[in-house]
Design a protein around this ligand. Sequence first.
Ligand SMILES: Cc1cc2nc3c(=O)[nH]c(=O)nc-3n(C[C@H](O)[C@H](O)[C@H](O)COP(=O)(O)O)c2cc1C
Length: 425
Amino acid sequence: MKRVLLIIGGGIAAYKCLDLIRRLRERGHHVRCVMTKATQEFVTPLSVGAISNEPVATDLFDLDAEREIGHIRMAREADLVVVAPATADLLARMAQGHANDLATAVLLATRATVLAAPAMNPAMWSHAATRRNVRQLETDGVKFIGPNTGEMAEAGEAGVGRMAEVAELVERIETLLAGDDETGRGLGFITVSSKRERAVAPLPLAGRHVLVTSGPTHEPIDPVRYIANRSSGKQGHAIAAAARRLGARVTLISGPVQIPDPEGVEVRHVETAREMLEAVEAALPADVAIFAAAVADWRVATPGRGKLKKAAGAAPPQLELVENPDILRTVAKRGARRPELVIGFAAETQTVVENAQGKRKSKGVDWIVANDVSEESGVFGGERNRVHLVTASGVEDWPDMSKDEVADVLLRRVSAYLAESRESV
Ligand SMILES: Cc1cc2nc3c(=O)[nH]c(=O)nc-3n(C[C@H](O)[C@H](O)[C@H](O)COP(=O)(O)O)c2cc1C
C-alpha cells in the first residue's frame, strides 16, 4: 500500500478528485487529502472525507494536528504528493516557496515527488506569469501532467487548460509510485530524460500498434505526369513520431513526401490511393488507425502507357476520372480486424466542422480531426495547424498549435481513450 497525499486546489475541476480518490483507493492506495480554503467552495470536506475514508485536512493551525506538527508529519509520510487541480494561484505560490496555508506548507516540507495536474482557463495557462511559474517548478523537480486541450467549464471556451483525465492521472501516479517515471510536461509532451529510462518507462501506448497514413497520393496520367495535392506529410509524420514517443509500435504508410521518415517507425512508401489501401490492409490489425493522408478522390481511368504527346493543331487529351477506393470508410466499416479507434482527417476549405460531422457519421469513423486548408490558412505545407476534434460527444476547437503539438495532444487523447476503454472492460 502506498500513501498518496492529494492536495486539491480551488478550481472547477476539483469535483473530479472524488473519482480520482475512489480509483486510487480501488488500487489499494491510502489517500489523505488537503483542501485549500478556495477548494471548499467547490467540494465539501464531508464528501472528500467520506470517499477517502480519512479526515480531511484544511487548516494549518488545526491545534489537534499541530501537537504533532501536522503538516510536517503529513509531508514526511507521503510516498507521493499530487496537486490536482493545480490552480494558477497554487502554482504561483509553489513557485515562490510560500507556506502560508496548509497546502503550501506541506508542499514546501515534503521530500516526496510532487505531481501537479494544472487546470485553468487557457488564457491563464498561456499567460507569461504561469509559463514562468511552470518552468520554475519543473526546474525544482515538480512533475506535470497535462493540461489537456478541450472544452472549458465556461460556455464557449475551449483550448489548453483542462485537467488531465482521471484515467491518465491514475496511470501516471502508478508509474511514479512504482518509481518508473518519464518526465511529462505541459500540453501532453512526454520527454524521456535518458536512454536507460526510455528502456524501462512503461509508456502509455506500449504494446499498442498504431497505423498512420500521411502525405498526398500521386495518381498517374502517364509515366511522367500525375495528379497530386499540396499535402506535405508534416502532420501525419508528426503523429507517427508522437505515437512512437508514447511507446507504440507504429506503421506509417506514406505517400510521396519530401520529409524524412520518423525514427523508430516502420514506413511503407506508396504512390497511389490503391497502393495505400493495399498497404493499410496488409498492416492490420492495429489498435488505432489515424488517416492523415490526403488521398486523391479520383484517378485517371486509363493512364497513358507512354508519355502523352502534344501534336500541333490536335485537341488536348480528355482525362476520364474514376473514383478511388475510400480507405477511411473501408477500414472504419470493416467488421473483422477493425481497429478499436479509427480517426480520420477532414481537410476542408469551407464549413469545416459541419462537413467533418457529416463525414464522421457517413463513414462510420470514431473521431475526425477537421482543419481548414484554404490557401489563407497556410496549413498545407506550413508548420502550424488549427484543428477541431469531432467526436460522438461533440466538437472541440483546439487552439492554433504547431503540427508537433497537435500530434502530441491527439496521441495523449488516444492514450486516455484506450486506458478508459481498457478499464471499462
Ligand atoms: C467559479 C470559479 C472557478 C474557478 N476555476 C479555476 C480554475 O479552474 N483554475 C484556476 O486556476 N483558478 C480557478 N478559479 C480561481 C481560484 O479559485 C482562485 O485563484 C483561488 O484563490 C485558488 O485558491 P487555491 O489555489 O488556494 O485553491 C476559479 C474561481 C471561481 C470563482
